[in-house]
Structure formats: structure tokens, C-alpha cells
Design a protein around this ligand. Structure first.
Ligand code: NAP
Length: 289
């Protein structure tokens, strides 16, 4: 079984590497070809375009930045893949997108007799490398059953949340918490520092208490050392909070705190921090001396 993988950024490159390591025959494509080279060196084949890939496989993974990118690669123009996939193929979209977009893609796929799962992930660069991701999956049970062994090559748990769009819905909820927790913790750090408490003392004191979100332990070293090198790009956290706000408009939910957090990420974007790690939102709050 040949598997296609499109989108070899921070996450996709590591996820695809794990499929290869588990012995799967992989064909890869990325807009920027150089990023595919390490995978080609490990035995993956190259497809010149998403459409070329679709002629050779009947399972395609996508791991792209945002809905526009997914729509472009799947649907738009002669290089897109959806119109070239054989009937009954399975498309597994791991990109973080909004649930109504996933449902729109499901309709587009169904018209072309292609099956779709939305299967975004929780876990960052490290968990992607170590095959420790969590998958939140939306779609038909039979398709989830078929995809599960492949997802388990890349992650430690596969949660089937519900029908089409529900994996993306769970991902919106997950990142709403993540973004707000990062803003809240950054604010607490800046406040504590203004009182003369070092970051190290705050981490030492809070790390074992229930008030600190456990994921912050993974960020501790970097935050203590003011190392904002990218694991989860700040621009994608900003995007996720924007997509959550759009989704809440559709459902009627009120997200006052999340929108406040979103605007701090907007300020971080305007300060040129979009390609740094999302922990860099701390810099927006930290007073300049
Ligand atoms: N990093 C994390 O910790 C993390 C964790 C969970 C979920 N996610 C989500 O996973 C997805 C990928 O994130 P990432 O961190 O891997 O981001 P990334 O390193 O910025 O990679 C983004 C990928 O999307 C491609 N892309 C963007 N626009 C495109 C377009 N118009 N046409 C074709 N390809 C396009 C990029 O191609 P190029 O290489 O040519 O730019 C690249 O392959 C995002 O939805 C993100 O929110 C990330």
C-alpha cells in the first residue's frame, strides 16, 4: 500500500518519517521541495505535485498550515489532488482547521467519491518526532478503523470524537485552552518578575502545584532561558484562536477570554514574532527596561 503525505513542515516531516520508519511505502510532496530531502534520503519517493501523487496512491495525508492552504492543495487548479484520487480513496487531513471547513471538505470529497477523516493532532515538535501525538478524529467509524494502524505509527492515542468535523472541533477546544494557558502563565511570570521573583523560583514553586498547566513543564527550560526558537509557530496559535472565534460565531458560544488572548497574539504578530514559538507572547507582556 503506497501512502501519500503532503505538507512537510515542523509536524508533517516528523510524522511522515515515522510512517517510513514503520516500513510504509511513502510518496511525499511539499510546496518547498528542499524540506522533503531528508525523507527522500530515507527512502520516500517524490511527487512533483499533489495531482501527480493522487494518481499513485489511495491514501493521502495532509498536514498543512491553515484552511486556505488545504483548499489550495486539495481543490484548486490542475495541480490539486482531489479530482485525481481513485474512487473510494481515503484522505486524512491532520491540519488544524475549523470544523465547518472540515465539513465543507467532506462534501467536496464525497462528490468525488473520496472518503475523508479530519484528524488533527495535539502535541508539538518533540511528540511528533517520538510518535507520541494524540489524534482527534472526525468521520465514519469504518474509516477510522482503517486509518487507526497508520495513525498509531505517529501517535500514542487515537480519539474518535464523532462524525465529520468533530476532530477539528475537539482540536479547536484543545487549542483554546492551550493559547489561554500560555497567555495566563506569561502574564503570571511577568507579574512575578515585577515583584522580584525569578522565573526559576516560580517554576520550582508552581510546577508541582495544580494551578500550572502540565504542558508548561515541557516549555520550562526554553522559557527560563528566553529561548523562543520555534516548536509551535506563534502564527498558527493566532490562526487557531481566530478559527475558534469564527466557530463560536457559528455556534453562538461566547469566548471573551479566548478573544482577549487572541488579541495578545495579534500584537505579537504585529511585533514580528509570528515565526517564533508561541511562548514568545511572553515578550509582548514583558515590560521594556
Ligand atoms: N508545530 C506544532 O507544535 C503543531 C502542533 C499541533 C498542530 N499543529 C498544526 O499542524 C499544522 C502544520 O503545522 P507546522 O507546525 O508543521 O507548520 P509549518 O512548519 O509552518 O508547516 C506548514 C506546512 O504547510 C505548507 N503550506 C502552507 N501554505 C501552503 C500553501 N498555500 N500551499 C501549499 N503548502 C502550504 C508549508 O509548505 P512550505 O514548507 O512550502 O512552507 C508546510 O509544509 C498547522 O495546522 C498547525 O496549526 C502544529
Amino acid at each position: 500500500m503506497k501512502i501519500g503525505f503532503i505538507g512537510l513542515g515542523i509536524m508533517g516531516s516528523r510524522m511522515a518519517a515515522n510512517l517510513l520508519k514503520k516500513g510504509h511505502e511513502l510518496i511525499v510532496h511539499n510546496r518547498t521541495r528542499e524540506k522533503a530531502q531528508p525523507l527522500l534520503d530515507q527512502g520516500a519517493a517524490w511527487a512533483g505535485s499533489p495531482a501527480d501523487m493522487a494518481k499513485q496512491v489511495n491514501i493521502i495525508f495532509t498536514m498543512l498550515s491553515k484552511p486556505d492552504a488545504v483548499a489550495e492543495v486539495a481543490l484548486m487548479g490542475k495541480h490539486s489532488f482531489l479530482h485525481k484520487l481513485p474512487p473510494n480513496s481515503l484522505w486524512i487531513d491532520c491540519s488544524s482547521v475549523n470544523p465547518s471547513f472540515s465539513r465543507l471538505m467532506f462534501v467536496e470529497a464525497k462528490q468525488r467519491k473520496v472518503r475523508l477523516l479530519d484528524a488533527p493532532v495535539a502535541g508539538s515538535k518533540g511528540p511528533a518526532e517520538q510518535a507520541q501525538l494524540l489524534f482527534f478524529v472526525g468521520g465514519d467509524s469504518g474509516d477510522v478503523k482503517e486509518a487507526r494502524p497508520l495513525l498509531e505509527c505517529m501517535g500514542k492515542a487515537v480519539h474518535h470524537i464523532g462524525g465529520h468535523g468533530m476532530g477539528s472541533a475537539m482540536k479547536m477546544v484543545n487549542n483554546l485552552l492551550l493559547g489561554q494557558a500560555m497567555v495566563a502563565f506569561s502574564e503570571a511570570l511577568v507579574f512575578g518578575e515585577s515583584l522580584g521573583i525569578t522565573k526559576q523560583t516560580m517554576f520550582d514553586t508552581l510546577a508541582s502545584s495544580p494551578v500550572m498547566a502540565p504542558f508548561l513543564n515541557f516549555k520550562r527550560k526554553k522559557m527560563e532561558q528566553n529561548d523562543f526558537s520555534v516548536e509551535f509557530p506563534l502564527q498558527w496559535m493566532h490562526k487557531d484562536l481566530h478559527l475558534a472565534a469564527e466557530t463560536a460565531y457559528e455556534t453562538g458560544a461566547a469566548l471573551p477570554a479566548a478573544n482577549c488572548a487572541k488579541e495578545l497574539f495579534t500584537l505579537a504578530m504585529r511585533a514580528g514574532l509570528g515565526e517564533q514559538d508561541f511562548t514568545a507572547v511572553y515578550k509582548v507582556l514583558k515590560e521594556k527596561k
